[in-house]
Write a protein that binds this ligand. Structure first.
Ligand SMILES: *[C@@H]1O[C@H](CO)[C@@H](O)[C@H](O)[C@H]1NC(C)=O
Ligand SMILES: *[C@@H]1O[C@H](CO)[C@@H](O)[C@H](O)[C@H]1NC(C)=O
Length: 436
């Protein structure tokens, strides 16, 4: 029997918070710092692009719901902090799910019983997503140990309501259940970009049986990491779950998730909040994990080899340094303060966090990703990067698990090139942190 007190509790919180939805001022600082799903989940081309309206922000009826998430255009990545019983690693929050709420905070559930797949483990393994499955066994765990039922429930209850993951939206020839495989990969990859534990820890907020924190200390720490305010839920005065909110441009398969402020606060009361300790062992893989890999394709061709990226130990991240560009021809210049690539004198960057999640700023301002390009400036919302050791003594900057960056061409003289996430422009390179 499937009885998850935590799941139930979460639905209650959600219903409660739905009452307070007011949309006029909830959008934070706009749509500039999206999470590019094409780099999270790059192997399926939806053909949608990202030039259409953002979900929940259309002014006329959108017809193609493969390319426009509706009616559930408000997406919540929900995480648990389960301490009783303690669930998952002691130093990581765990995945609850990805839920498509309607734009007004009401929601649909169980949208297509014909796609209530069972045996998610076999489905993932058979479609080349065994890396995703191993990650789920550590970070997407049920409080009663019923992982398989928990995953089935998250898929059938919420996943089947994603309009952009309807089977007809996938490339023709996709295997049966490929859209569910995509769902699990997307949720896992998204979770890796939301290291709640690390963001709190960076602000000195760690689990404790004696200390309490204020809700505003916790939300401001999380806002520094995420760029927007998530909703924290409490149970008996102790923080128990969190929801990060997004709108979506294009398809969940390869569109862009646009982070937004939570439309209303969670159930934690302002004032002091407990952050209870977990008894589990700390994760060896961490969040994001030591190894990241490209998700398998959801089409029938699934055997793309997964590059392995090893995280440097947390202590190895210097607090400041310059950033060099390493091309096939060796080191060629590096980043100026604005985040552009040049052979001029390099800018100095301040790095805060650990190699498993940090933000950067230069004299120009915080560094973020805007329209796929690295930019540092006063109006930029900070993105979270990770640092990985390439095994040759270089500490490489990764964005969403990808150490590749590219520009139209290799700069020389006083030229400056825009630096794009991922490979694919004229020149590919890596960015290495050089401690100063
Ligand atoms: C946005 O598109 C959806 C899907 O077609 C539709 O249901 C909704 O009414 C549209 N919103 C507006 C304001 O037209
Ligand atoms: C980065 O580039 C290398 C070399 O081109 C490639 O093998 C690897 O798959 C790329 N990594 C990702 C995450 O795309």
């Amino acid at each position: 029997m499937y009885a998850l007190s935590a799941l139930l509790a979460a639905s209650v919180f959600r219903a409660a918070s739905a009452q307070g939805y007011g949309y006029s001022s909830g959008y934070g600082s706009g749509y500039s710092s999206g999470t590019d799903m094409s780099s999270l989940f790059g192997l399926v081309d939806s053909g949608c692009g990202t030039s259409g309206p953002v979900s929940c922000s259309n002014t006329t009826a959108e017809k193609n719901l493969c390319c426009f998430q509706a009616p559930g255009g408000l997406l919540l990545q929900t995480q648990f902090w389960d301490t009783n019983p303690s669930t998952g690693p002691s130093n990581s929050w765990t995945i609850h799910g990805l839920w498509p709420d309607n734009c007004d905070g009401t929601y649909q559930e169980n949208c297509d019983s014909s796609r209530d797949y069972t045996d998610i483990s076999t489905l993932l393994t058979n479609q080349g997503a065994s890396d995703t499955l191993s990650y789920m066994k550590e970070f997407w765990v049920d409080i009663n140990g019923q992982n398989e039922q928990f995953w089935e429930h998250e898929w059938s209850t919420h996943g089947t309501c994603m309009s952009t993951l309807e089977p007809s939206c996938l490339p023709s020839g996709s295997a049966k259940g490929a859209e569910a495989v995509a769902f699990f990969q997307i949720v896992v990859n998204l979770f890796k970009t939301l290291p709640t534990y690390d963001w709190l820890e960076q602000a000195g907020i760690t689990p404790s049986s004696s200390k309490t924190y204020t809700l505003s200390q916790m939300t401001s720490a999380l806002k520094s990491g995420y760029g927007f305010t998530p909703a924290l839920d409490c149970s008996s005065g102790s923080v128990s779950s969190i929801s990060y909110y997004y709108h979506l441009k294009g398809s969940l398969l390869d569109g862009e998730l646009v982070p937004i402020n939570a439309p209303s606060a969670g159930s934690c009361k302002s004032g002091s909040v407990k952050y209870a300790t977990k008894t589990g062992t700390p994760t060896t893989s961490g969040t994001p994990p030591k190894t990241t890999s490209k998700p398998g394709s959801t089409s029938t061709k699934t055997s793309s080899p997964s590059p392995t990226i090893t995280s440097a130990p947390g202590g190895d991240l210097p607090s400041s340094g310059t950033i060099q560009a390493i091309t096939d021809d060796g080191v060629v210049g590096g980043l100026l303060g604005a985040g552009t690539w040049s052979t001029q004198t390099l800018g100095t960057y301040t790095l805060s966090g650990s190699s498993s999640g940090f933000t950067m700023s230069s004299k120009k301002g915080k560094c973020g990703i805007s329209s796929g390009a690295l930019t540092c400036g006063s109006g930029t919302s900070a993105a979270t990067f990770t640092a990985v050791d390439d095994g040759d003594g270089n500490l490489l900057i990764a964005y969403q698990g990808d150490i590749n960056w590219s520009s139209d061409t290799t700069p020389d003289g006083s030229a400056q090139e825009t630096v794009y996430t991922g490979s694919g422009e004229g020149t590919d390179f890596n960015l290495a942190i050089v401690s100063s």
